[in-house]
Design a protein around this ligand. Sequence first.
Ligand code: UNU
Ligand code: FES
Ligand code: FE
Length: 461
Amino acid sequence: MSLLIDVPRGLQSARIYHDRDVFDLEMERIFARTWLFLTHECMIPNKGDFITTRMGQDEVIVVRQQDGGIKAFLNVCRHRGARVCPVEAGNARGFVCNYHGWSYGTDGALQSMPFEKELYRGRLDKRTHGLREVAQVTSYHGFVYGNFDAQAPSLLDYLGEARFYLDIWMEANGGAELVGPPARSMVHCNWKAPSENFVGDAYHVGWTHAAALKAGGSMLAPMSGNAMLPPAGAGLQVATRYGHGLGILYDVNPGAHDTPLAQEILAWQAKKRPAMEKAYGALRTRYYGSHINGSVFPNNTYLWGSSLFKVWHPHAPDRTECFTWAIVEKDMPQDLKQRIANSLHRTFGVAGYWEADDNDNMESESQLSRGHMTRQGFMNAQMGIGGDREDPELPGVVGESAIGETSYRGYFRFYEETMRAKSWAEMPVQDSTWKRQLIEAGSGLDPDPAGEAMVPAQAAA
Ligand code: UNU
Ligand code: FES
Ligand code: FE
């Protein structure tokens, strides 16, 4: 793995986008043991409410329990392995498998099988044939994440320093929720292509989205066609432990929403600011009114400011299913939430005019990586190398300018770490060395502009 990701140089092998063995290792080392976004509590408020989704290549049912808690189970019957719940959401007293009719409670317990007495004669232990349960399910301010690995650090520890930033809209503004059910679409790309894009790519906005910026007339419009570089001090980038990262563009929330909705959102924010400023200070109140793009590693992406919240579910090395919700503030009036959701789906929904801009980039970088020559090459995430630092006020590693690849480097540093480690025990929660490693990236290296010449061509997992 260390041959696929060159952490100090900020290079990544093209193999990570297409090779099957890399993908299979990702399913084991990333998707079976990091925290994966499942749903928001507002989607399943009542006992028996459930949704179905994915964790890596596994399908899961997430269901509100009789005691108010939330559990998640593999959506797979313990008899012959057929899908237990075929719908995306609903309310149920239990789940009956479509194949032979084994039935399970919302707590996952196997309740009964057709002709149980006559055909099994008491010989099948029902207590050991419940739906297989996801080891950890935790809600963070209503955002529900699951983890297959009982040894993984808690969700709180996993989010770690990223919470300082996430809490701006998960907590300080009164909390956020999602408008669903999610739109679903299949993209012919590797799951990392979009997830790394959102973790820290403000570079493409003025170029890839040039037409969308102009057409929508949004607050980001001055970036259209790279007509201007956001000036010094217009934003910054942040990388935090476990691969999370974000970019901030100051004072341009509501980013992709066009007027008059943008005006309405601005008026809403103005009302909230005084109380926030008192409780959370000027800095985070400014971030509340800023555009923040980010990803929670590995595959949960958001654009706070453009109201976007997505998950990128891996199906295959070059096939990724995208779930899209609108993220809104809990205490907004219902009709404002709905108009924000409509605008979100027009911009970043399945056929949104911003979303369509991105798709060919995601697909081409993934598909081209299967080329015999291409796969021996390396991709570059060196922008801003040497300019990263720690900041007394800001958790994580900070990159100075609005546009850079600091959080790409943090994302792939952890990607390399988790792909290499055999267990969570090898990835200490308290580890300060990663910051130094990122900050010192590139120093003392021969500045070979081709980069890849210094990396073995026969890299293997
Ligand atoms: O598309 C994005 N990732 C993005 C959009 C990032 C920053 C601002 C707007
Ligand atoms: Fe970035 Fe080509 S300019 S991928
Ligand atoms: Fe984009």
